[in-house]
Design a protein around this ligand. Sequence first.
Ligand code: MLT
Length: 264
Amino acid sequence: MKAVIHGVTVGYTDQGNGTPLVFIHAFPLSKTMWQPQVDALKDSYRVITIDLGGHGESDIVLWNDSLDGYAKNVIHLLDHLGIAQAIFVGLSMGGYTLFSIYRHYANRVKAMVLADTKAQADSEEGKAGRQSMAEMAFKDGASAIADMMLPKLLAPSTIEHHPEIVEQVRQMILHTSTAGIVVDLVAMAARPDSTDLLPTITCPTLVIVGEDDQATPVTESQYIAQRIPGSTLVTIPQAGHLSNVEQPAAFNKALNSFLKKCRL
Ligand code: MLT
């Protein structure tokens, strides 16, 4: 599905009825990474996925280079769909976007799931790495980014035993525009530290992480879970950074029991 919102084409899916569940994807992927969760939940919830700008079916907005801008685009989609409050699920960059949503639109958040993400801002070394990656994307295109990112996104066991997942993730990256990749990198490098936000989060929160996540290791999720009052941490075995794609059954089980426990 597509909608033109504030003059920009936004790709999204909207299936099912009930409490809205909104899924926000990782860098440099698209809404299609959430297909296993859409399939599992659309009979019980209203499940929405969105392509952030420059990903999947969404237009790039070159000047939208902050995660607050990404957060605003998600809220604009909810306004367009007539949704006042939702449960949000964000993985990695989707989690960074969720921190911005909570910071600016906490009243829109009924509950949240922070998957394979981290609260701290980039270090100076991390920012320099973003710049080199942006230069690589500009010079060599998305396929060079795919070659670089795949071993960071997926656990070694997934790479060895699941070539179909490797190919699916590669295709998602290849379908992301170079401009979209560059804008993401600029936005992530500029994102604020969210550590101070964590103790202020009052909605039910689940933290999920793949046990072999190299990009945002288990310690990052422990850091988040220890600071958000009442939150729960679930570690997914045999999963890397894309825990929802690599181990969908375990991820969905954690999500379902959180939703049931909170009676959401
Ligand atoms: C992601 O998966 O969204 C990225 O690994 C986030 C990042 O590069 O910090």
